[in-house]
Design a protein around this ligand. Structure first.
Ligand SMILES: [Zn+2]
Length: 252
């Protein structure tokens, strides 16, 4: 039993065959998939899919690299979308200083505004952070965001400590299985199971065994196997604990 807490079946990559992709996910024991919004249109698409597919939930948010086009009038639209059935989080939101597509001040303001929406609606946040550890933690502290997940974790143990001390969860993708990511596996070893989530971030970041392919929720198993090995637990136990964590956090 596993939950893919961060998937993008709402992206055009899956337009043709997402029902088949969901069937394959079911066949390996995936019991829920969260399709995560990255702008207004993919947020709406995530809600459409959630309404059709039992297994799927939606999240609503604007990814930091898309915040250039975000206008003040868009926030109430986002907030209304977030009130729809099966919307379980605000995300993905955050800061991305790797790409220099959007000025940092604009990213920070959009991150804060969207955390405030989550707080008003009592929803957790799904956070994207790249090369912005300090600013991300500062904003999360300042806005007193209490429930959420640092998605696609790739930081060091210092950053992990910061995230955990805020009460947030940490989520791992297929990049945990990459040969070069030995340090990340070391960091994962020190994170309590009770604060871990699993995700694919598909179509991106396929696990080592599927590199070069379009990633999909059924490939979550590879990351789960690696994490079980790292933590020295049976994969069944890892599935049970991370499923409970996801259910509690997102109210599934
Ligand atoms: Zn994503």
């Amino acid at each position: 039993m596993f939950i893919d807490t961060h998937s993008h079946l709402n992206f055009p990559d899956f337009n043709e065959d997402y029902p088949d992709v969901i069937e394959r996910a079911k066949s390996v024991g995936i019991t829920a998939i969260l399709n995560v919004g990255a702008d207004l249109s993919t947020s709406k698409r995530a809600i459409d899919i959630a309404q059709k597919e039992d297994l799927c939930y939606a999240t609503v948010g604007v990814h930091p690299t898309n915040t250039n086009d975000l206008k003040n009038k868009d926030y109430p639209v986002l907030e209304d979308l977030a009130k729809k059935k099966k919307v379980v989080a605000i995300g993905e939101i955050g800061l991305d200083y790797f790409y220099h597509k959007v000025p940092r001040e604009i990213q920070k303001e959009s991150f804060k505004q969207q955390i405030l929406i989550a707080e008003r609606l009592g929803l957790p946040v799904i956070i994207h952070n790249r090369d912005a550890n300090e600013d991300s933690l500062a904003i999360l502290k300042e806005t007193k965001a209490k429930r959420g997940v640092m998605h696609c974790f790739s930081g060091d143990s210092n950053f992990a400590r910061g995230v955990l001390s805020l009460g947030l969860h940490i989520s791992f993708t297929g990049n945990l299985t990459y040969k070069k990511n030995k340090p990340l596996r070391g960091v994962a070893r020190g994170i309590p199971l009770e604060r871990m989530l699993l995700e694919t971030d598909c179509p991106y970041l396929p696990p080592q065994a599927k590199r070069g392919m379009r990633n999909e929720p059924s490939f979550l198993i590879y990351t789960a196997e690696e994490l079980a090995r790292i933590k020295g637990v049976l994969i069944e136990n890892l599935g049970e604990i991370t499923t409970k964590n996801a259910k509690d956090l997102f109210g599934l």
